[in-house]
Design a protein around this ligand. Sequence first.
Ligand SMILES: O=C(O)Cn1ncc2ncnc(NCCc3cnc(NC(=O)Nc4cccc(Cl)c4)s3)c21
Length: 245
Amino acid sequence: DPAPKQVCLHLGMFEIDKPLGKGKFGRVYLVKHRVSGFVCALKVLNKAEIIRENAEKHVRREIEVHSNLRHPGILAFYGWFHDTRRIFLLLEYAPGGELFRVLRRVGRFSERRAATCAVQVAQALNCLHSKNVMHRDIKPENILFGLHGELKVADFGYSVHAPSNRRDTLCGTLDYLPPEMLSTKAKYTKAVDQWTLGVLTYEFLVGEAPFEDTPFMTRKRIIKGDMTPLPDSVSTEAKDFVHSV
Ligand SMILES: O=C(O)Cn1ncc2ncnc(NCCc3cnc(NC(=O)Nc4cccc(Cl)c4)s3)c21
């Protein structure tokens, strides 16, 4: 529980380069550690906001879970500190930016790139699941690219980005939700993440989600399993993979 002066010391240790993105509870900045020159992402959360949103447990759990994950395919968590008003999370900086933007810009990935990305997400999910953690929110908006184009799975959490062309509805896009999460009854398991891996791979290959529609219709189509068929240009192997997860 560092005293305020240590926090100032901590903050003073960093030079703030530029804002990276805007979350619901605060902002993310690109920062450089003055002494070592180490570059990372500083996520600043506003305590008053967290209390107002009754999200203390969510933030506590995020720190607890994220600090226990070490995997090249998961955005690294380096540490945290706080002062009276704010909580600061030190995260790995992913210079390749958001997969969402890259996918929108290029339209869709080649089968090779789609396969490479799907494998990296699967390996990151394996790490999460081995620690009995479900991600539950795998989608292009939560995945970043590292320096060499490798994928970094993250969980922006409730961070509702500044209004942009994202598909966020109140609680994020419905496109990725598996049937069991739409029907309140079912208790969902890690299979939730496998389902989203299939939806994600479909979107890599096609450039849009398999059940993309109005929110009401997306719900119906997911529950019915009524997905837009993959185009003939997609190989049988790729089709088999998407249908299997
Ligand atoms: O900021 C932008 O818009 C884009 N941008 N661009 C570059 C860049 N480099 C780093 N971070 C960025 N943004 C912060 C993203 C996050 C915020 N909060 C997180 N928390 C989390 O991932 N938690 C977590 C908890 C448990 C399990 C798991 Cl897998 C994850 S990640 C970057």
